[in-house]
Structure formats: structure tokens, C-alpha cells
Design a protein around this ligand. Structure first.
Ligand code: 8Y7
Length: 277
């Protein structure tokens, strides 16, 4: 039943994906939502605030983070997905690069896959192709453990764009509908501040290069600290500014912690944008 999410994505408006971390070490919410009950509350709140998709992740991917085992990840995310889908019909995205987690999450009612590894893990592509749900393919240089160790590119926009276009081609080859694919330059995943800024400035190039809609995740990320010196608890205004600009530049989905202010900001900007026609 991926129609819910496909419907949201067919609208003219940009979609807001609310972040629901179920990890004890997520850097920006301190693992606050780590129990099923609080995850449920948080999801309900984000939906009330206008979230179109809830992105559930059980492995922290902050720079330097350790990997978790398959069983650990399943133990974290499955009870939350099961609780949420039994509560109400809501669009859940599963944030994972492990094929078994994708498969089990979709069986339990998740209707989108968000893979920071762009379906490069062994058998991830073939597993995802069987699930018939929308997929976000993200670019990452290296792994979360190593990605911020001197990332280098000749031309970051060209290289990330080519990577994403080639992942899209492989997915299409494997039978995934192109309209079900979203691409994401992976802000903060193996990029310096300048790389991140160039990619944020190139949303429409990435869209044209890949032929797919673009997802952008910048919420509370450390580029804001680098630009403004803001601590992680003090990055909401800058996060909203970046999300709005991503939408103006053509992003279709923004992945955020602060749903209500982001939705408000996007809706007013879209109203102005539409007023000239
Ligand atoms: C992103 C993401 C994270 C992103 C997509 C964080 C899981 C780090 N960032 N997925 N995930 N795009 N598609 O700061 O930028 O939220 S985790």
C-alpha cells in the first residue's frame, strides 16, 4: 500500500518528511524518543503538524557513528513500525541500508525506503526491487565512520550527479519504476562545508541530471554550526531557511526535525511562488 506516499508525492506541493530516530545515540534528540510509546507520541505530533511522511531509523548515521547489528536494528525499529501501523494509516519510510530491514519493515506497513547508501549493500537493490515502494537513493562518500576524513572531489556537483544518475539507471534496469525513485546529494555525508553549499545550490541540476525528484536533508546539520557557530539545539531557524531554499530550488521532499515551522514556511513561500501564474 504505497499509494499514500505516491499520492503525496504527486501533489504540486513539496512534501515534508519528519524524522523519527529510534536510536539511543541520535545526536540531535539524545535518544529521547527511544521507547515505543514516546515514538508513537512523536509521530502523532509530527502528523498533526503537517508531516507527510515519517522517516523511522534505528541506526545513527552521524559522523563517526558505529554500525549496529541487523538484530539490534530490527529490535529498535520493528516494534515502532508495528505500533504506528496498528494505530493509524500513515506513510512510514524506513531509513536503512540493510535489505532484511527493508523487507521486514515493508511487510509491517512501511511504504517507502530511505537508503543513505543508495542501495549499494549486497542484495539491497534486488530486495528493494521486489517491494514496490518509492525509494530515496542518497549519495555518501565512504561510510558514516570514515566519511568526514578529508572528503575530496574534482567537481562535487558533477560527481554526485553522475553517481545518482548511475544508481537510478541500475534501479530502472532492475525493474523499479523511475517515478518511484528520489535522489539525494547526502548533505554532510562525506562533504566539506563548500561541498554542501555547492550541492544545495545545485538541486535543479541534480534533478535534471538524474531525471528524478530530489530529497534534501539539512535539518540541524553541522554545516549550520560551521556557518553560524550554532550549537545543535539552536539550529532551527537556519534549518528552516535551508529547507525553504531547497524547495524554491526544486526539492520535492525535505527531511526535517521541526515539522510545524518548516511546513508553515514552505506553504507561504509556495503561495507567493504560485501567485504569478
Ligand atoms: C539524511 C538521511 C540522515 C539525509 C536522507 C541527520 C537518514 C543524519 N540524513 N536520509 N538520513 N537524507 N535521505 O542529520 O540528508 O539526520 S541521518
Amino acid at each position: 500500500m504505497a499509494e499514500g506516499i505516491r499520492g503525496v508525492l504527486r501533489r504540486e506541493q513539496a512534501a515534508v518528511m519528519g524524522i523519527l530516530n529510534v536510536t539511543p545515540d541520535s545526536f540531535s534528540d539524545g535518544g529521547e524518543f527511544n521507547s515505543v510509546d514516546s515514538a508513537r507520541k512523536q509521530a502523532r505530533q509530527m502528523l498533526k503538524e503537517g508531516a507527510d511522511i515519517i522517516d523511522i531509523g534505528g541506526e545513527s548515521t552521524r559522523p563517526g557513528a558505529q554500525e549496529v547489528s541487523l538484530q539490534q536494528e530490527l529490535d529498535r525499529v520493528m516494534p515502532v513500525i508495528e505500533a504506528l501501523t496498528s494505530d493509524f494509516d500513515l506513510p512510514i519510510s524506513i531509513d536503512t541500508y540493510k535489505p532484511q530491514v527493508m523487507t521486514e519493515a515493508v511487510a509491517a506497513g512501511a511504504t517507502m525506503i530511505n537508503d543513505i547508501n543508495g542501495l549499494r549493500a549486497e542484495s539491497a537493490l534486488s530486495s528493494a526491487a521486489k517491494l514496490n515502494v518509492p525509494i530515496c537513493l542518497m549519495h555518501m562518500l565512504g561510510s558514516p565512520k570514515t566519511m568526514q576524513q578529508q572528503p575530496e572531489y574534482q567537481n562535487v556537483v558533477e560527481e554526485v550527479g553522475s553517481f545518482l544518475a548511475s544508481r537510478v539507471a541500475e534501479c530502472v534496469e532492475a525493474g523499479i519504476a523511475k517515478t518511484d525513485l528520489f535522489v539525494d546529494p547526502g548533505i554532510g555525508f562525506g562533504k566539506t562545508l563548500n561541498h554542501n553549499l555547492s550541492l544545495l545550490n545545485a538541486v535543479s541540476d541534480l534533478k535534471h541530471h538524474s531525471g528524478c525528484e530530489v530529497l534534501i536533508g539539512v535539518s540541524r546539520k553541522s554545516l549550520i554550526q560551521k556557518l553560524l557557530g550554532r550549537a545543535s539545539g539552536d539550529r532551527m531557524p537556519a534549518s528552516i531557511g535551508l529547507a525553504v531554499q531547497a524547495v524554491i530550488n526544486g526539492a520535492k521532499i525535505v527531511r526535517v526535525h521541526d515539522v510545524k515551522p518548516t511546513v508553515d514556511a514552505i506553504r507561504v513561500v509556495e503561495a507567493v511562488d504560485k501567485s504569478h501564474v
